[in-house]
Write a protein that binds this ligand. Structure first.
Ligand code: ADP
Ligand code: MG
Length: 727
């Protein structure tokens, strides 16, 4: 074993899990470091509390005097939790989180030192943010950007800093972050969904989207991960032969959690509890060293913030446990990838889950309304939904026969399919009394009963109905779920808005009763969106063919998928729903294309480096050993050596072959990279995708072959079996 690997493995095997002592009850830790309702009630005056609650529920402005009061109380509360600094915490378009810490400390006249924090500092900041991606927005407008307090996501203290969730916008008001469009999409959804809810219940005055994400990840020992330049630089392995044992025995899924991983999880969960992230579920995933963590679902904006925060906390906690946490969607070829299943539903402020069938036919008509409108929205905007989950890393996972394909489809289960099929066939226009009874009793009335035993979950579907929510499974583990959530809520908002217009028209012009009008429009929607419904096996070629026949879109790669984001239909959609304007849309497109390009560029460089500077030299050393051996055999045995050293000679030739191929392929790949680098970003992304990336597999093939023939003592890269089975 090479000295690098030996040292790394030695370090790993001698690591003991850190003992986590749990003193207090978990529930008593919950939200301790969050400026939540409880804390606000304790620290704020009644007027200030009411004003903040009003901002949270109705989106009303908080006036400056009140903001000053809130700031002072927030500071006092934060200092009681040991905070010395504060930061506006935001999500720039890098997909990660950003923060710049300022101390509360201020000195007056150079002598008197005090802790100060006022409304102005709470409400708005101007970070020098010129290095965040802006897709040209700040070049065309103003150089400055500012952050503004989002009172709907509570402030929290983490590592002695008061973190205030904020939006991040340019001086001229264009959103430079992921949160602003999400908040606007949620607002659009609220408006449209509340309007539709009023058909069924006049008391509804607000609808919230909910999100429950399931975060999958790998835990790799830090020393082993650091010994691999590809993991360190790209978050995934670019080389590595499959081990004899992978996940084929299915012995990891839901198995006993390894002690070191368990200690990491306990530590992480404690941190999450303090930060008010309601983590609930933990288990082993399918692949060795792969795990999942899921919280209790929350309002979507808060859930997105919590997921971003969680990923930061996971990085920090993993370091304490000498792990490297991998969020990449496909860190290991041939082994299960990681997702961030995003469970989504709609709740009215009267406490009803709009995607949960009710007890009465009327409640079920409401359920069907939101259910069918969601399916129709996915059908109409399938390409945009696909684009919302596109990234260089998720491309490695989608469609690789253990993850949903890049074709968007909706799974609803055989029984609900039957309900929709029956509804589709009821007469057009006014319903006869008999039909009304049939509808209520036979079709709509039996939904809850059906759902009770509707357990046929289809794991291959990218977007599945799971009883009382939709589960968007194509979302990647590394992504910020703000983007898919923005798209999903926008398209459903648009669909519901259209639905209401059509229903109202039928009531006004055709003199139909409300539920008949609702039903008539739904029936047309069921027909119109039928093609997106798919109950079969979503893996494999048969579905690809079938989807093509149905006219569904299959945008396999990120550059292909992203194009739709700047199409006229999408720009119109976002502008109509007031989620983003054209400048913001185009900026995001450019940023995402550039990010894709850079990711593939980095991977290509790292691959060239490790194949040329690690693999080839090692192969040559081993080849020399073989040559030496052959020469010695010849010296002793004369011409007879040809028989005796047959294997060695063959191996020498094979190794030469692989070395030649690797060198030639790396050269060609580098040439393609050079060409791609001279092009503007959209063209460059396409070249990286179609001309550079295809070399990855080819180069890998030769390197992985060499791994199987070169002396294990010499091989410099930590092997899959060591990465995946040591902890
Ligand atoms: P699995 O998909 O692994 O079988 P569950 O269906 O129990 O697991 O739940 C997965 C996630 O779905 C959890 O994070 C949970 O909080 C979330 N979830 C459950 N109900 C809703 C809902 N109405 N809206 C959003 N998320 C939900
Ligand atoms: Mg799930």
């Amino acid at each position: 074993m090479s000295i690098i690997r030996f040292n790394a493995l030695h370090e790993t095997l001698h690591r003991k899990p850190i003992k986590i002592i749990e003193g207090e009850k978990r529930s008593s830790l919950f939200g301790k470091n969050v400026f939540n309702k409880n804390a606000m009630q304790q620290y704020l005056t009644r007027a200030a509390y009411d004003s903040v609650m009003d901002a949270i529920v109705h989106g009303n402005k908080i006036d400056r005097k009140i903001a000053d009061q809130v700031a002072v109380s927030m500071k006092d509360w934060a200092m009681s939790k040991g905070a010395t600094h504060y930061t506006h915490w935001f999500q720039p378009l890098t997909g990660a989180t950003a923060e710049k810490h300022d101390a509360f400390f201020e000195s007056i006249n150079g002598s008197l030192a005090v802790e100060k924090f006022d409304g102005e500092q709470l409400v708005q900041q101007e970070p020098d943010a010129s290095s965040f991606p802006n897709g040209g927005i700040r070049n065309t407008f103003e150089a400055r950007g500012y952050t503004a307090w989002d009172p709907t996501s509570p402030a929290f203290v983490y590592e002695t800093t008061l973190c205030i969730p904020t939006i991040f916008v340019s001086y001229t008001g264009e959103a430079l972050d992921n949160k602003t469009p999400l908040l606007k999409a949620l607002q659009a959804l609220d408006l449209a969904a509340t309007g539709v809810c009023k058909y069924f219940d006049k008391n509804v005055s607000k609808v919230n989207a909910t999100l429950g994400w399931e975060q999958e990840y790998f835990l790799i020992d830090e020393a082993l991960a650091l010994s691999r330049p590809d993991i360190t630089m790209t978050g995934r392995t670019l080389l590595g032969h499959l081990p004899a044992k992978g996940q084929q025995l299915d012995d990891h899924y839901f198995g006993t959690i390894p002690t070191r991983a368990m200690s990491f999880m306990q530590d992480l969960e404690q941190e999450c509890m303090l930060l008010g992230i309601p983590v609930k579920t933990r288990h082993n995933e399918v692949a060795p060293n792969q795990f999942e963590l899921a919280p209790i679902f929350e309002e979507a904006n808060l859930a997105v913030d919590h997921n971003s925060l969680l990923m930061d906390v996971m990085e920090k906690v993993s370091k304490r446990h000498h792990f490297k946490v991998l969020f990449h969607e496909k860190p290991f070829a041939g082994i299960n990838g990681s997702a961030k299943h995003s469970n989504w539903s709609l709740y009215s402020d009267t406490g009803v889950n709009l995607l949960s069938p009710g007890k009465t036919p009327m409640k079920n008509l409401q359920f069907l309304t939101f259910f069918v409108n969601t399916i129709k929205a996915v059908y109409e905007y399938q390409e945009l939904l696909r684009a919302s989950i596109a990234s260089a890393s998720n491309d490695c996972r989608l469609g690789s026969n253990e993850a949903p394909s890049a074709i968007m489809s909706v799974f609803i289960g055989s029984q609900l399919s039957q309900v929709l099929d029956e509804l589709e066939n009821v007469t057009k226009g006014k319903l006869s009394p008999q039909e009304k009874t049939d509808l209520k009793l036979n079709i709509i009335g039996k939904i809850p009963e059906i759902l009770l035993d509707n357990t046929d979950q289809n794991r291959t579907s990218p977007f599945a109905f799971t009883g009382n929510k939709f589960e968007f499974r194509a979302v990647g583990s590394w992504s910020n779920c703000a983007t898919p959530m923005t798209v999903l809520n926008t398209i459903v908002a648009k669909q519901l808005k259209e639905f209401k217009i059509e229903v109202d028209k039928l009531i006004d012009t055709k003199n139909l009763k409300k539920d008949e009008a609702v039903f008539n429009v739904l029936r047309e929607y069921i027909k119109a969106s039928k093609k997106i419904r798919f109950e079969g096996d979503g893996y494999g070629e048969a579905w690809e063919k079938e989807a093509k026949k149905r006219g569904l879109f299959h945008n396999k790669t990120t550059p292909d998928a992203l194009k739709v984001k700047v199409s006229k239909a999408v720009v119109d959609l976002y502008e109509e729903m007031e989620v983003m304007n054209k400048t913001e849309i185009e900026a995001r497109y450019e940023i995402e294309m550039a990010e894709y390009t850079k990711k593939i560029q980095i991977e290509s460089r790292v691959l060239a480096d490790i194949s040329r500077n690690h693999v080839v030299p090692t192969a040559i050393i081993y080849q020399n050993t073989l040559l030496e051996n052959t020469k010695n055999l010849k010296e002793i045995f004369g011409e007879e050596y040809q028989n005796i050293a047959k294997e060695q000679i063959e191996l020498i030739m094979v190794i030469s072959n692989h070395i030649t191929e690797i060198n030639a392929l790396v050269n060609k790949m580098t040439e393609e990279r050079k060409k791609a680098n001279t092009q503007p970003v959209v063209k460059s992304a396409a070249l990286y995708c179609n001309k550079v990336k295809p070399y990855f597999e080819e180069i890998r093939y030769h390197c992985d072959k060499l791994e199987t023939m070169v002396d294990d003592n010499l091989w410099p890269l930590t092997k899959y079996r060591e990465l995946l089975f040591t902890n």
